[in-house]
Design a protein around this ligand. Structure first.
Ligand code: ADP
Length: 277
């Protein structure tokens, strides 16, 4: 793992209350979100979240296969969460495993709660999440990317899903654990939420928290979810703004500039002989 290696006896929280990467307990890692990064997929998004790098792509709704998976009255959500062999320090054995199957399942369930599935009977919406670089919190980064990709694909949804984790590190409740904190901390609670309604669509817990610690963790996560929600919406707005620019160029090509505007010939390389002064 590039960067910090936890030495024996090293404290996860220092005497100033700072974490090993300098964050305060309630601080997120830096997050960047880009929508529409892949040309062939119907929707896509790329998320950098601390040292996590995650791509998400969406297809559908398309006829569900195999057909016995089809639901007569609604669409199904198929999800594949996959970690690239090069995403972790020791080459990960390619292909699905118990962990990635579990994560794929909970992510599909999370999205099933917000997509208007009944609008697309017998179809499947496919969400493909590729973890290119992992540093703890990849399921949250994957869900966050996946829901931007769903929106980019134009899939009708009640809301975007935001996911973020909080946990306990060195006895202190902390937001958004990194790899060292995840490895050596006491608990990790990833959650997914639809911020507009506040509906929880994913909640998992690894380790133990008291009821009071759990409340604090959820407060941190809910607050962070609103920040991440803004980043998701901003990514979609930027994506849409680019399309508007393209549209303007298209329209200018079709319609000549208004007549009252005098053309300026300061630089006019195509002038006919004798026309130019
Ligand atoms: P999440 O990435 O959602 O936090 P986990 O808590 O299961 O999921 O994993 C935490 C981190 O442990 C991952 O982000 C990754 O950095 C690392 N990790 C997970 N699986 C493997 C693996 N098979 N090999 C090496 N590192 C792994």
């Amino acid at each position: 793992m590039g960067g910090m290696e936890l030495e024996k006896g090293m404290k996860l929280i220092d005497e100033n209350g700072r974490r090993i990467d300098g964050r305060r307990p309630d601080e997120l890692r830096p997050i960047k979100i880009e929508a529409g990064v892949l040309k062939r997929a119907e929707g896509s998004a790329y998320v950098e979240w601390g040292n996590n790098k995650v791509l998400a792509a969406v297809y559908g709704p398309r006829e569900a296969h195999p057909r016995h998976n089809q639901k007569a009255e609604r669409a199904i959500v198929q999800c594949r969460y996959n970690m690239a062999p090069f995403s972790v320090t020791d080459r990960k054995r390619p292909g699905p495993d118990r962990r990635s199957n579990e994560i794929s399942k909970v992510i599909a369930e999370a999205f099933s709660n917000v997509i208007f599935l009944e609008q697309f009977p017998r179809t499947a919406v496919g969400v493909y999440i590729e973890v290119l670089q992992a540093d703890a919190g990849t399921r949250c980064a994957g869900i966050t990317a996946g829901s931007v990709a769903l929106a980019d694909a134009g899939i009708p949804m009640k809301d975007l899903v935001v996911a973020v984790a909080s946990g306990k590190v060195g006895g202190v409740v902390c937001l958004d654990l990194n790899k060292e904190e995840d490895n050596f901390g006491e608990a990790d609670v990833p959650m997914g939420v639809a911020p507009r309604t506040g509906d929880l669509v994913l909640l998992q817990m690894d380790g133990h928290l008291t009821a009071a610690e759990f409340d604090q963790a959820m407060k941190y996560s809910m607050n962070a979810a609103n920040q991440i929600y803004e980043l998701q919406r901003d990514a979609l707005r930027r994506r849409y703004a680019v399309s508007l620019e393209d549209l303007k160029v298209e329209m200018q090509r079709e319609a000549p500039p208004p007549a009252e505007e005098e053309p300026k010939y300061d630089v006019y390389y195509d002038a006919q002989p004798g026309v130019q002064e």
